[in-house]
Design a protein around this ligand. Structure first.
Ligand code: NDP
Length: 475
């Protein structure tokens, strides 16, 4: 990233290398070329079971008041058969298909046709055309950063409808939640399959494609690095941010509206979940330009993992707390509510500050202050496909001196706060913290593997200087 921004013309920063080992090392960074049995087994497991997991969670709220155990007990005791549960599940409806099509079309419209105007009047906000990171073959893509604007327009319309126009009920998302699930699945599978076909027949940048030869791995992890349609429709940026993340806050608002409709009030736990997750979503859009430098955009290829994951997994499973609170309206005592708010805010502070420290450090090429001092760092180098050598720096000051991924630790604290807001009656709302712990630990290991392939011995020097991953002194 910064190395990417740093790729200034000065010849001492990059130079061609013709050595063979260079070629070997460069092709190894980025997504894997070879598939080990464990990765393959995990991928097959996810392809088969992830859609069922999502269905199970949503169905258990719809039919079992969010109990994860009761459906199993009913099936084991033969009180119910699978067919009974399935027959009770709402099917795809024309209404849901219409809502979903309109929703996605509207987000595409906002993404493609409305260039960013927020950066023109919001001080400090970075929007408009921005550059992404250097890809393994040395391409630097341009992106139209207009997510904040899309989020604001969408939410203004939402509130205008709720309080003034009344075109539709604010509970519309909750009321069509399962029919919408089928629509989201159709889009998720369609876009992943399209991306796979596209990578064979009309890739955006053929050199940045990676074929492992294993169909399932390629389908899941993607072949094309940055698939696009036309100049600006970037699959990764669109599907990562919208329709899933713009929808996240609307989904929570719809749950709050449902609580109001059912119980005549919105509980403080629902407000906490809306506020804490709202901050996280707004932070994402405020920092969308920074997001271009995160693993999702910089390193992951676009396949089912991102395509289906962004359409289905994210909007359905990241919003489980709000869904749960519709069925179990928890009113927290003031002390617990404040404690959870503080935990969430500290988590957010760590998450944001850590990400900001790295961003600032890389953007200024180390010419900045971290916690009031000149930052310490480790110099490192890597190669791109054409043999160009780049230099980069790994920060060892601030939170980056505490652990190698303290941003994940902050994220996990925030995630725990959302779950705690739901009390302790059921396990379902705690899915998120279990999942995030697995996701971020796995991501941390995956990222470190990639960084080691990229930086080699320089990465080892870095891990010796900052020995812990997430929790200083523990892990
Ligand atoms: P990071 O922002 O930590 O980026 C990792 C990359 O940063 C590395 O690949 C390396 O890239 C560079 N890097 C690593 N160490 C250093 C260092 N010491 N100094 C400078 N650069 C370094 O990870 P993510 O992209 O995964 O996460 C970004 C944020 O998004 C996190 O806060 C995470 O919690 C959040 N997130 C949330 C998810 C969710 O589902 N809610 C999912 C995933 C992430 P390079 O090649 O440039 O050196």
């Amino acid at each position: 990233m910064a190395a990417h921004q740093e790729k200034k013309p000065s010849e001492e920063r990059k130079h061609k290398s013709t050595q063979n080992h260079t070629r070997t090392s460069q092709v190894q960074w980025g997504r894997a070329w070879e598939v080990d049995w464990f990765s393959l087994a995990s991928i097959l497991f996810l392809l088969m079971f992830a859609p069922l997991i999502v269905y199970y969670f949503i169905m258990s709220c719809d039919q079992y008041q969010c109990s994860l155990l009761d459906p199993v007990i009913d099936l084991l005791t033969e009180k119910k058969h699978l067919s009974d549960i399935w027959n009770k599940t709402p099917t795809l409806t024309y209404r849901a298909a219409g809502i979903y099509t309109l929703w996605v079309a509207f987000q595409v419209f906002l993404y493609v046709f409305i260039p960013d105007f927020c950066h023109k009047f919001i001080p400090g906000y970075v929007g408009g055309v921005q550059e992404g990171a250097v890809t393994p073959v040395g391409v630097v893509n341009k992106y139209e950063i207009n997510g904040l604007q899309a989020w604001i327009i969408t939410h203004v319309l939402w509130f205008a409808n709720a309080y003034y126009f009344h075109w539709f009920s604010p509970t519309i998302i909750f009321d069509n939640w399962i029919p919408l699930l089928w629509c989201a699945n159709i889009l998720g599978y369609a876009v992943s399959t399209f991306a796979m076909i596209k990578s064979y027949f009309f890739p955006t940048n053929a050199k940045d494609c990676k074929f492992t030869g294993n169909f399932f791995y390629d389908y899941m992890m993607g072949i094309e690095f940055n698939p696009r349609i036309g100049k600006w429709f970037d699959f990764k940026l669109f599907f990562n941010g919208r329709p899933g993340i713009v929808a996240w806050t609307l989904i929570n608002l719809s749950y709050a509206a449902k609580q109001q409709e059912l119980y005549g009030e919105v509980t403080n736990s629902m407000i906490l979940v809306n506020v804490l997750q709202g901050i996280y979503v707004l932070d994402f859009f405020w920092n969308e330009a920074w997001y271009l430098k995160t693993i999702d955009i910089c390193h992951d290829h676009f396949g089912w993992y991102l395509g289906w994951g962004d359409c289905v997994w994210l909007p359905y499973l990241y919003t489980l707390q709000g869904l749960y609170l519709v069925y179990h309206p928890v009113q927290l005592c003031a002390a617990n509510a404040i404690g959870i708010l503080i935990l969430g805010m500290i988590g957010y502070y760590i998450f944001r500050t850590t990400n900001h420290q790295k961003d600032l450090f890389r953007r200024t090429n180390g010419n900045c202050k971290i916690w009031g001092k000149k930052p310490e760092y480790i110099e490192c180098s890597y190669m791109s496909v054409d043999g160009t050598k780049y230099y980069s720096k790994l920060l060892t000051s601030g939170f980056w001196g505490w652990a190698r991924h303290f941003n994940y630790t902050g994220d996990l604290m925030g995630s725990l706060a959302y779950c705690l807001a739901c009390g302790f009656e059921h396990i379902l709302p705690y899915f998120y913290i279990f999942y995030m712990t697995i996701l971020l630990t796995h991501r941390c290991i995956r990222d470190e593997h990639r960084c080691f392939s990229k930086y080699g011995k320089d990465w080892k020097r870095y891990t010796a200087a900052v020995p812990y991953r997430l929790l200083p002194g523990i892990f």
